[in-house]
Design a protein around this ligand. Structure first.
Ligand code: PLP
Length: 429
């Protein structure tokens, strides 16, 4: 379930009319429902608690999906940990008040500076993705007089996900160390002064609905755990990654029930039964995807012989998923259409000078007019977090709703800030 619905003829986020947000904050603007974020986190965390004894499961929200401080604060208050992939994300998690002891640091290309910052901050775990990173982490840890707890991210050679660009678990992908290498790396790490290996991690992709794909990968990591233990290595933790999918084609009455989450939890319980490990999970999209929309205004209607273009004020720099992944987003008019409203097919496009700046083609919508507001639904994950200033457009604003109130959690960037970050070379005087 999400908390975007029509009330008195206008689309609301919880108790707040989106017309009001558009009038007061302007468009384009992302709007998040804190109730939806809380609901999804609680559903997921509660289901994972059934998988292992108390205190043996940890949820690290993958902040790459949405790193807004309002989102992080909302989740931090519920006890969430955070999965980070850069020093910026570690810093932002700390700035949101997440204790370092609840932060995991993943990613294939961590620099020495980034690792130093994370180790010094005292984070819970580094997910090591290569032998070279193992060496670097130990060097960094030793220089700081610390043995950083870490796990090896393994590549199970089982890829899955809604698009080739978000599949990560295939041996073709850049992520993780191969199963064949882990034993040797464990043995090497045992003699390293700056790192303590606690277990294994994997993450096979994103937008996955097939429990079977997870199960196949998890069965492999469980078998690997047995083999490594047989060689005398310590495997106390398994970080099972994120990747659970969400529906993007939502009917207006859609109820996001716990079906997939429960099935996933039951599968994890079955696969890890009797293993005696701490389990980590890194959901991102599942927590925030349905909790956000991108609100945009119709700038122009361009009627050509073969097509009708609806030019809106949001563009691919604000929401890149359709251009990058051919992703589908429902489009809901903010003004509730009459049941018998006339409909036509539109290509919905943004103002950017690229044909790729197309949100959808031939989408049947109620007849629209200039200045109408529409919402791209299910835009809470990988929306604002992937936004940019391409075409020198201002970074999009973000708003969080709680009940009848809302807060601007990222004001729209100013032109002064946009231009002021550049520096003119001194030879221009
Ligand atoms: N963990 C890792 C290592 C990832 O790379 C990602 C996404 O790319 C996630 C977790 C979150 O995935 P999702 O948002 O699909 O749950």
């Amino acid at each position: 379930m999400h908390h975007f619905a029509y009330r008195d003829g206008s689309l609301h986020a919880e108790g707040v009319d989106l017309e009001r947000i558009a009038a007061e904050v302007g468009t384009p603007v992302y709007v998040y429902s804190s109730a939806t974020i809380e609901r999804h986190y609680k559903l997921f965390a509660a289901a994972m608690k059934t998988v292992a004894p108390a205190g043996r499961t940890h949820v690290f929200y993958a902040m790459k999906a949405n790193g807004n401080l309002g989102v992080l604060k909302t989740l931090g208050a519920l006890g969430a940990g955070i999965d980070t992939v850069s020093e910026g994300e570690v810093r932002k998690a700390l700035a949101a008040g997440i204790p370092a002891g609840r932060i995991v640091f993943s990613g294939v290309g961590k620099s020495a500076e980034e690792l130093r910052f994370a180790v010094e901050a005292g984070i819970y775990q580094v997910n090591i993705e290569s032998e070279s990173e193992l060496d670097l982490l130990s060097k960094v840890g030793a220089a700081l007089g610390k043995r950083q707890e870490a796990v090896f991210r393994v590549n199970p050679d089982i890829g899955a996900g809604g698009h080739a660009k978000i599949t990560t678990g295939s041996s073709e992908n850049k992520f993780g160390v191969s199963f064949e290498e882990v034993g040797r790396l464990y043995a090497r790490a045992a003699n390293m002064p700056g790192v303590r290996i606690m277990g294994l991690a994997l993450h096979i992709g994103s937008q996955i609905h097939e429990i079977d794909a997870f199960e196949a990968a998890y069965a492999k990591i469980v078998a690997l755990t047995g083999a490594l233990r047989g060689e005398g290595h310590r495997v106390d933790r398994l970080d099972l990654g994120g990747g659970l999918g969400i529906p993007y084609d939502i009917p207006k009455t859609f109820d996001y029930g716990p079906g997939l989450i429960e099935a996933y939890a039951a599968m994890v319980a079955k696969v890890t039964k009797g293993l005696d490990v701490e389990l980590g999970f890194e959901p991102g999209r599942l927590i925030v995807g349905n909790a956000g929309i991108l609100l945009t205004r119709v700038l122009h209607l361009n009627q050509r012989p073969m097509k009708r273009f609806l030019v809106v004020d949001a563009a691919m720099n604000d929401l890149v998923r359709p251009a990058m992944y051919e992703a589908y987003h429902e489009i809901w008019p903010v003004k509730e259409p009459a049941p018998d409203a006339a409909e036509v097919a539109y290509d919905v496009v943004g103002p950017i000078c690229e044909t790729g700046d197309t949100f959808t083609t031939g989408r049947v919508l109620p007849v629209m007019k200039q200045d109408d507001l529409i919402a791209f639904m299910t835009a809470g994950a990988y929306g604002a977090s992937m936004s940019s200033t391409y075409n020198q457009r201002l970074l999009v604003a973000e708003v969080m709703v709680k009940g009848e109130t809302y807060a601007v959690t990222r004001p729209r960037q100013s032109y002064e800030a946009l231009i002021g970050t550049d520096r003119v070379p001194e030879w221009f005087g």
